[in-house]
Write a protein that binds this ligand. Sequence first.
Ligand code: BGC
Length: 745
Amino acid sequence: MKLARLLCLLLSLALLAAPRMVVAQRAQPARNAQADIERRINALVARMTLAEKLGQLQILDGEANGNFRPEHRDMVRKGLLGSTLNVRGVARTNELQHIAMDESRLKIPVLFGFDVIHGYRTIFPVPLGETSSWDAAAVERAASIAADEARAAGVHWTFAPMLDIARDARWGRIVEGAGEDPYLGSVMARARVRGFQGTDYSAPDRVVACAKHWVAYGAVEAGRDYNTTNVSERALREIYFPPFKAATDAGVGTYMSAFNDLDGVPASANPFTLTRVLRGEWKFDGFVVSDYTSVEELIKHGLAADGADAAQAALNAGVDMEMVSRNYNQHGAQLLKEGKLSPAVIDEAVRRILRIKFRLGLFEHPYADEARERSEILSPQHRAAAREIAARSLVLLKNERGALPLSASARSIAVIGPLADSQEDVLGSWNGDGHIEDAVTLLAGIKAKVSPKTKVTYAKGCDVSGDSTAGFDEAVRAARAADFIILAVGEAAAMSGEASSRAQLDLPGRQLDLIKAIHATGKPYVVVLMNGRPLTINWVAENSPALLETWFAGTEAGNAIADVLFGDVNPGGKLPITFPRAVGQEPLYYNHKNTGRPPDPNNKYSSKYLDVPFTPLYPFGYGLSYTQFQFSNLQLSAPRIPVSGHLNVSVEVANTGRRAGDEVVQLYIHDVAASVTRPVRELKGFQRITLQPGERRRVSFTLGPAELGFYNRELRFAVEPGAFQVFVGPNSVEGLEGSFEVGAR
Ligand code: BGC
């Protein structure tokens, strides 16, 4: 009897231990592989000359068309160039790689980097657009397809994701990121890193990612690109760091140091951010590349007197690889001789770079495969995914009296506007290896959608910018002759992105006049917006019957927009960024502080403007659907939780309309009184759900220390006892409200 019990006990202990044994067995090879990599790195570094080491710290630019430059051959042969950017295409990358593997002394493979931001050849919506889907799985899928195509074209490394939180719509690069919110930004950062890298970026369909731009580049003063920033450590930790921390935790392999200076110390020579936080606190073990010539630019910043000074400052601060400028190479030996750089700093930078090359499997598989390049790039499956993801990213901003969706069997439709038939613009900025001729314009998408009996006419009306109204008459004639009008206006793709800040946020050129001319015909019309940033579109918001925000929706833009306009897809996207009423409100963001005098229309001496309301035109998280949703029955699992406790918050959401549709259920908190003033609302959870007509579902969230804590006066992350408000709703201003207490009474 005793023996039987003992056997039983042993058996159950073995069963209990079993899963752990499996985990341990799985973890073991990874640890062994890492130890093996470190051994191989050490053996290699021991054989390298100083010139070869400095060669690994250099990345140089190829030609815009993807070719490498003539000097790269010789540099690679001599071991003086470790990486390139923009060189792509299997024939070219293999040719240069053969020089490294067959002709160089140490046979260290070249690392090929490229800006694969929202697609390689199959282009997905610009990142701000993708983020509007509030769908991490869709964003991960887009990044994984981009990775697949890039790797198939010989590219190993993408300079993405761009993780800069941006609260000022004037900044052109707002289009490249996930918008204004650190929580949403972190969710998207994880999704993009996972999509690019997978669980193992040595796989033939993955690339290593690069978290950029480290850090606070999105805070450039007045939204002017490359401008100075002055951000407190608290704001860094609360607003600007979180997406980078999320990327690091997701295993991002590389970082890029930013152009801006940060409280007087340029981000490309900043020991606090590059070494103390990144290496010390976060234990990041990959490498940091400078942004394009940002080491050299330390001279213009006024931090370095000359190139040698710049190299010393950047390398010692923790920038391992210099992009395009060549100060490490030109001055490394001299700096060593003078004792301004230690051999250990150079060796460590080399080690970090080699570590990523080993993890990419480049020593074992240096070459790309031409057959994969043919099969993967712009495959029909990739295009289908681009269409689906683009449709999920569209945001319906207005839909008066059910103006949308449109009927595909209409007699005649006029498609009007400077963006209605532009293949170039729908691809957006940073469109990888996207080809203009691949893109489906709105006009093409509509023609493909409607019945053969429907007459589709097109009139450009005017250009995006410029003063001519010569095309107005033709546009008005086309409008008068049609049953309804689809009007595509906004910005050209080149009006956002790098070096594309704007001091005005209005529709450029004569586009608003064009809308007014169409409006004056009295015909029904919808406005389709294409743009890379929030715009001040007050007249349109007030007067036009329907408004669909499409950002720049990529290769399949026209098909995806037509899917939504004609109701094959019910729009469910939400704004990841606040739309202001006037440029003078910028920076305008939902998670602002209350101030001691919160805006009060009845009190002159409160925080507001004389000439413009203090509220946004469209708030963060906003977006409509062709159906309606109702939120009810907010429940909290307890009225009070301990500081280390967790709270369940749930709400019932019902589809009260007649179509299936998606709602993004958003949860916000507000810490009522704390040792440091807290934002009026902070997003802490969201779920995009699909409900059939009449269906209702309870949606739950958990709040715990990670959501309730913040950086206290000592800049330590802590939960403080006291009252909290919680809001669950369809955007950042509406919803149900509850409250709870944290800590002992
Ligand atoms: C941009 C980076 C980009 C790099 C390489 C720079 O001008 O700021 O975002 O990755 O160029 O193309």
